[in-house]
Design a protein around this ligand. Structure first.
Ligand SMILES: [Ca+2]
Length: 426
């Protein structure tokens, strides 16, 4: 039988143990970033936070990844496990679009983004990005096809990453149109250590101008190379390259208010970035980064957060927010929102404990308040729910819409936990 004194001792010992665990966790959670003052480095744990008022438009989606509107208001929506879906008059057609190519589905690979040609009414063209191949040898491809009677017709692969890689990580692959109707899209760096390419870590290829890994590329709507691409005349350089030094860009948009291209990029541990993309510029990965390795001691990837000749990000987030789609808002549904940038964030809490780095999905979008010069003086976290927010877009009605997914990562086929939500109020 335990008497009162023994019970008190037991409680004291438990308190001491708890204190040690908490103390070690706090010590391990020491900030893994510093700033030189020129970049907005955000610790998102400090962001003001509120909940959006939303309406479910469609539920039961299986790992939705990207979406876009047809001129008649219908929505095309990709599911990573290989289905292209259509929402007509707010109703999800149970029958997926036919004629989808063979897709490599593993890890982060699968059917990825979808975008509609700016003159779809004239040409019925849509574009899909997806991974193709096998575990041992796979690559990102871009398919162009006409959408006719619920089927893809006259499909044509207009781009393939020149060399294959192994494994299911870092395909990038978000699309964006420029006003001149050239198409931008991202290609990821190929994967985390220990993934290798040649005799080095594959992420080093983000700096190689003879590889597509870790780049933003620009092509014409038929896959031809624009004559004003930055490296089009450089010998030995892949002519699609628009910018380099990216880890894994999964958010890409043209900001028509400030007339610039914006891209969101996943860091490894921390160091997520928002970049303003300039033709021919180098964004640093992996020579410069605020991110650290995925290990308990948060090993430095490089001692350099900035170096001459590399562009610095507009905003950096540590811990990670896992940014995916983004949009620069032009509508009038929300107060003072024109020019603000909204990002889908797949992860907005990350706790490093004594045992492990524990990501906890707490779906949210981030609103970056833009000033007249296009700078981002303030940010706000807008909670969506216990989900991952994969993509965000502005509808023809001026409302923001988001794609959400299950909190399980990676999702398994058949979970059907994804939704398309309309944001009624921020
Ligand atoms: Ca960078």
């Amino acid at each position: 039988m335990v008497n009162g004194t023994s019970r008190l001792k037991l409680v004291l010992w438990m308190l001491i143990l708890l204190g040690l665990i908490v103390g070690c966790s706090l010590w391990l959670r020491k900030p893994a970033w510093e700033t030189d003052g020129s970049v907005a480095v955000t610790d998102h744990r400090e962001l003001p936070n509120r909940k959006a008022a939303t309406t479910v438009i469609v539920s039961g989606l299986d790992a939705p990844w990207g979406f876009d509107w047809l001129p008649n208001g219908d929505i095309l929506l990709s599911e990573r496990f290989g289905s292209l879906r259509i929402i007509r008059d707010g109703e999800l057609d149970p029958q997926p679009i036919g004629g989808i190519p063979e897709i490599y589905i593993s890890g982060q690979g699968g059917l990825l983004d979808v975008i509609v040609h700016p003159r779809f009414d004239e040409n019925q063209l849509i574009y899909l990005s997806y991974s193709a191949g096998s575990d041992a040898a796979n690559r990102l491809q871009v398919l162009r096809a006409e959408l006719r009677d619920g089927e893809l017709a006259n499909a044509e692969v207009i781009f393939k990453v020149v060399n294959p890689k192994s494994g299911g990580q870092h395909f990038g692959s978000r699309f964006a149109w420029l006003p001149d109707e050239t198409l931008l899209f991202s290609v990821g760096d190929g994967g985390n250590p220990p993934a290798e390419y040649g005799n080095a870590l594959i992420r080093e290829q983000a700096q190689s101008l003879d590889e597509h890994f870790g780049k933003i590329l620009r092509i014409h709507d038929d896959g031809a190379i624009p004559s004003d691409n930055p490296y089009v005349d450089a010998p030995g350089v892949l002519p699609e390259i628009w910018s380099l030094g990216h880890r894994n860009v999964q958010g890409l948009t043209y900001d028509s208010i400030h007339q610039r291209v914006l891209a969101s990029e996943h860091g490894s541990q921390g160091g997520d970035e928002l970049n303003a993309i300039h033709s021919g510029a180098n964004y640093g990965w992996p020579r410069t980064t605020y991110a650290r390795e995925y290990d308990l001691t948060s090993t430095l990837i490089t001692p350099h957060q900035a170096l001459p000749d590399f562009r610095e990000p507009e905003v950096v987030w540590t811990p990670s927010i896992a940014p995916s789609g983004l949009v620069a808002y032009t509508g009038s549904r929300y107060e003072n929102a024109v020019g603000d940038v909204f990002l889908a964030a797949m992860l907005l809490r990350a706790n490093k404990t004594i045992l492990a780095y524990i990501p906890s999905p707490a779906g949210a979008i981030l609103r970056l308040k833009a000033d007249e010069t296009g700078g981002f003086p303030a940010q706000e976290k807008i909670r969506i729910g216990a989900v991952r927010v994969r993509d965000i877009g502005q509808g023809p009605d001026g409302f923001l819409y988001v794609l959400t997914d299950t909190t399980d990562f990676p999702a398994e086929p058949g979970m059907q936990a994804g939704t398309l939500l309309r944001i009624n109020r921020l």
